[in-house]
Write a new protein. Structure first.
Length: 249
């Protein structure tokens, strides 16, 4: 039976799913599957939440758009779990704040501080530390290293407000060891952990491209990557994510 938002049937979605926020990026990822975009099955177009299934080096893999923020991602991941997805890799962008983090670098999220409303709702406000699957993080790190891609492994912070006006926003989270701000990972990690605790072999990780850097001296828009540079970094991120996902199934 199709889900309300991911309008796919059982068997349409592969065990491995990459999760971009952007529907155009979903199509870009699917075009990297064996045979290109034309060889994939598009299983979802509802609300431009594009979803595709194909193979990568012979391994079945899907990509499903999540939209922006944890409310949208949570709906998508809940429905993908019902459709049989078991490996989730979020592929997105982030604002870098950690020491040494530069635009164009990759960030692999070992854990995510949950400053979002969705994770707080799931947890009824109780303290919790959403954490990635170690095997996926290790694979992402190893493949990024082998490719010579500049990357960082550590903690990100999942937020609801993109343009936060607080004067100490960047400083206090950098001092707590946060590498970057993003908007989806904490809910993904919680949902994967909940499914794993219930007995399903579900694992999740996040890899991000640093599209801008936030500091006390510069506004994020002063550090944006050019569209061409951003796409080059995103392409590297996608390749690392695909290789890591199929290596850990």
């Amino acid at each position: 039976m199709p889900q309300l938002h991911v309008r796919a049937e059982s068997g349409d979605v592969a065990p491995i799913v990459l999760l971009p926020g952007d529907p155009d990026r979903a199509a870009r990822i699917a075009d990297r599957f064996d045979g290109g975009l034309a060889a994939t099955k598009q299983f979802n177009v509802y609300r431009r939440m594009y979803g595709y299934t194909g193979t990568y080096h012979g391994t079945p893999v899907s990509v499903q758009t999540t939209g922006m923020g944890t409310p949208s991602l949570s709906i998508v991941v809940e429905e993908l779990l019902r459709l049989g997805a078991r490996r989730f890799v979020r592929v997105g962008t982030c604002g870098g704040i950690g020491r040494g983090v530069k635009t164009g670098d990759l960030v692999i999220a070992q854990s995510a501080t949950p400053l979002d409303g969705s994770t707080a709702t799931y947890l009824h406000g109780e303290p919790y530390a959403p954490t990635a699957d170690f095997g996926l993080v290790r694979a992402l790190d190893a493949i990024a290293t082998a490719r010579g891609a500049a990357h960082h492994v550590g903690q990100v912070c999942t937020v609801d407000v993109f343009y936060n006006p607080d004067s100490d926003y960047t400083t206090k989270w950098r001092e707590r060891g946060i590498l970057a701000f993003e908007m989806e990972t904490s809910a993904l990690y919680y949902l994967a952990a909940r499914a794993y605790a219930a007995g399903a072999d579900v694992r999740a990780a996040t890899i991000l491209t640093v599209s801008d850097v936030l500091s006390e001296e510069l506004k994020s828009e002063d550090t944006y990557l050019s569209p061409a540079d951003l796409e080059r970094s995103v392409d590297t991120m996608i390749e690392v994510a695909l290789e890591a996902a199929i290596a850990t199934l």
